[in-house]
Design a protein around this ligand. Sequence first.
Ligand code: IPD
Ligand code: CA
Length: 296
Amino acid sequence: MMAGQHNVSDADLEHFMETILELVKETGEIIANAIGTSGNMEIDEKEQNIGEGNASAILTETDLKVEKHLINGLKSKYPDHQFIGEESTGDSGPELGDSPTWIIDPIDGTMNFVHSNPLVCTSVGLTVNKKLVLGVVHCPLIDKVYTAIKGKGAFCNGKSIKTSGVKDIGKAMMIMELPAGANKEKKDIAMENLKYMMDNAHAIRCPGPAAMDIAWIGAGSADAYFHQGIHSWDMAGGTIIVKEAGGTVLGTDGGEFDLMSRGVIVAASNELASQVVKFIKLYPSPRDQFTPVHPL
Ligand code: IPD
Ligand code: CA
């Protein structure tokens, strides 16, 4: 191990998993109690995100409450751990370092949440030495928790999951998102991708949110997902789940996945991922941080 690097044992990882599962159970209740009440009212618009589309720009008091609960709970047990949280640090926090770092999206799917749609999740990834070692995507309203520890496989509600293994787009259920309210360039690019898939895929779904979409590829509930414009906290939890479920995780340029690149392709197989690389058109987005992070 290089100087400054951190060592965590299997027992540590199991302890971290137990802790975060307890905490997301608690925040799942906060989310479930708030949906359909004043707690799911939009309280702010993130101005810098407006051109990216309506889904990227909204905020509720429950997002803030859940993130605080998770960070306080983790800090009380692991005071030397670091945090990247959508609502606390955003992308203006310090660059990801080697210390154990929890990358948190308290409510992924705030747009679904404000519409009382049950497809919302909490996404948490843990990096050590800049590698993902644990991921959790908890969808409290549909009662699913997707989990993975590096090298130990992926699970949904404690049962082992695998990707579908589908190799050909003609047999694939594809997931993408439709960026309502985005700038013209982003909408035009989404339309080109959608058109290609309508001509070539077996099925297309646009459920959102990103972290759940990614976890669903791991669970074999769909076959491929891609997105350019999301953040490290949307991808950290899900990508290790897909990897541990036997899936392929790439950057949107077809290269090695970079957690700070704002983009990802996840697929049930290498073959399907290569087909996605060939057709997708990309919307350019500024990186989360300058230095690349290859976490898998
Ligand atoms: C959003 C969701 C959505 C994606 C947006 C994200 P949020 O996150 O992941 O699926 O399309 O780009 O901003 O704001 O609900 O945490
Ligand atoms: Ca998010």
